[in-house]
Write a protein that binds this ligand. Sequence first.
Ligand code: ACO
Length: 707
Amino acid sequence: MAGRADVKLLFEPRSVAIFGASPDREKIGFKILDNIVSGGFKGKIYPINPKGGEVLGLKIFKSLDEVEGAVDMAVIAIPAKFVFDAVRACARKGVKHVPIITSGFSETGNGEEECQIVHFAREHGMRVLGPNIFGIFSAASSFNATFGPKDVTTGGVAIITQSGALGIAMIGKSAVENVGLSCVVSVGNKADIDEADLLDYIADDKETKIVLMYIEGVHDGEKLITALSKFTKKKPVVVIKSGRSKRGAMAAASHTGSLAGSDAIFDAVMRQCGAMRAETLKDAFNWCKFISYSATPKGENAVIVTNGGGIGVMATDACEKHGIRLYDDQQILKNAFGAVTPEFGSTRNPIDLTGQATPAFYDDALQAGIAGKAIDSVIGLYCETAVFDPEELRRMIADAYRKYSKAGKPVVFSIVGGQKVETCIRSLSKDGIPIFPEVYEAVSCLGAAYAHRKRVSEDEEPMAEAEIDVKAIEKVVARARAEGRFFLLSNEAQEIMRAAGISLPQSRVAKSLEDAVAYAKKIGYPVVMKVVSKDIIHKSDVGGVALDLDNEAEVVDAYQAIMHNCKSHNPAAVIEGIQVDEMVKEGTEIIVGARRDQGFGPVVMCGLGGIYVEVMKDVAFRAFPLSRKEAMSMIKEIKTYQLLLGARGEERKDIEGVIETLIKLGTIIRKCGDISDIEVNPVMVYESGKGVKAVDVRILLSKQEAV
Ligand code: ACO
């Protein structure tokens, strides 16, 4: 990952050249130059164009070689076919950063040239931003090297965006919404610099209070996870991701894959990293604006002040959804709000001032919210009434906001009513006061602030990894590879489980009927028998499995039946033997899996197991490695978690055993690059302390051998 020093000059260049700077006002090269000049950039500016001449009072250099003195950055806005030559000129000049505006690279199938350019640039100590970008704006150096809007409102929000058009639109929207920006970086094709590289600089940028990231795809997910996890301990990140596509999921070969879907994994990983995912641009902007303007809550206790019961209940529901704790020490609430609440109102939180509340009631109640030491944040609600002078509404809210800001306590408002109320919202909102027509919007802003507070206060937990016998695993994989297989036979999969220390039912592979009988006796009845053949994948479908065999006679019959069924299904099938397994005791069935995700690398999964796993889709994901605490939070996320706690008077199940299994599977995927998917379904979970058993294990190998 790039260090701060590595990208500092991208945000704070001392000099910039613009390839394609043109006197033609319609050209992108002109617009970028114009924005740099009129944005007030204090460094040196060198327009480059083989035609020479002058633009905006600046001399145009016919080539970069003509420029005297150092050039930190060169923005390239010339047709694709000339870009590589320009990058070569940058290398000669010792340029450090090359934002390439030009389109026509990997996004149109020209990935090869893009790769060559980046490779060349890196070899010559340069970093490439883009290609296919609209540029970079950095308030730290009054540097607007974009072809977006000229006037950018500065403030506390940093935007990193993969979509150019949306990025430009977001600059415009931020001005309308009065959201100030500290920087805007268009990352485009992310051929070199990506979000993770930029976060290191932004983390220390004094102006930036929050980051808004628009992501379409993730290239190096493991790098992003590391950068985000560190960043969000310091500053909040709001992520919008498009492309909730099912295509990736459909292409996946295992349950773990098909249950995952690219979006489910993205969602889980963002939460794991402490980033807040917004569904809509509206939410994203609301959260950014609120956090950049408001104080951070110092404690968990929130209070709702309202003049309407209904709207108070709506806010209560929204608080629950967003994890906001409503303060409920009744005595303290009564002491704080009793004097300002009518007798037929309520101090039970929501503090209901009732429909007769006048501005004076609100003034007093909101003042009590500031004075109350145990109160950390306030949600102010108002429904239009005839007793409340609407002219006073604006004054009352603006006053309260000012006082709360001074006291360092967050407050958010939602007011509902007719034209006057709407006008009031627009005008207060323009002044940066957090006020919304929808209760949900107001509460979700406070929820975002609390989510960040929680993230910052979380202790760092050590990552868990298991001791596994990698050599033994590689041996099994090598055998399958030698036979050109991309899957392991069930006895091979069991060997892998043993090498990772995962408990299995007793099992032996019988090469003859006599062996089968002897093994069954040794294991103890009842037993299960399964064919072992690389030519038969779906064993049950062809009559290759027999369950619940209680005695020798049944073992003999089953052996013969399996042989017969498999031979008649596929006469050419090579049958390595018949596996005789202990018939496992009943327990709570769960599914545990691990796989290598294209974007994020190793991920683990667990959920309700058994045959309905695909229908119920009650599964949770995390990137691996993870802490034991995170593994626990993942298990708690499953809707059927209650079953593991012991439903209907049953004892608590061995949840620690499930966590160990998750960690072991994740470790296999992490350490053995040849294995792409592992799925254990069911894992039988017994009572606490009695362990778990991996009953059915499927393992797939990567299509490419690990190096
Ligand atoms: N060095 C310096 N200047 C050069 C060079 C060179 N090697 N070669 C050509 N130029 C000059 C040209 O002389 C011209 O100047 P002029 O106006 O004085 O004649 C100028 O560079 C521009 O060259 P044109 O051939 O006119 O190219 P044009 O400006 O039409 O297009 C551009 C260049 C904008 C880079 C185009 O190729 C492109 O990629 N457009 C898409 C950009 C884009 O959308 N990026 C993603 C943004 S995000 C979003 O979607 C909003």
